[in-house]
Write a protein that binds this ligand. Sequence first.
Ligand SMILES: [Zn+2]
Length: 157
Amino acid sequence: MSDGCDCGASAGPLGLCVDYYHAILAEEQGDPWMYPWHGPVVCAYLLQHPSQAHAKYLDGQFRQLQLYVDQGLDALLRVAAHQVARNNHAARSGYDLAPLEAYAPLPPGVPGRFRASFSGLPVRNGSFVADGHAAYGRHIEELAAATVAGWKALTGS
Ligand SMILES: [Zn+2]
């Protein structure tokens, strides 16, 4: 099991999922066109590796990922911008969950595997966007959909 990950995936050329995650975070710091997917990347990573996450935030992250899969990146970014504006006006009010209420809560349990994983993301010449940002976005969307599906499978829906 030394080459396996919590999420059930085996290692890829860069290593385990955590190595892919850190490489993405490093690359997006220098690439403003990659950064819009930061939210889905973080939510998908934490939901595939919940032992590395804060349990109290996972429900909101699961709902954000569902909204992204359902309505797309622009819709997710609008919700995030709204939350930032709200938090600036009332720093202690916390998350505004209104746009996310329509989505399913995080089920109890932990999925044993997902149909797509971080260690399966394509990397070429050390880059995640070697095939363009649109292609990168499609890979993140597949990962997000796989993450949502993995959790939803726990409820049988
Ligand atoms: Zn993993």
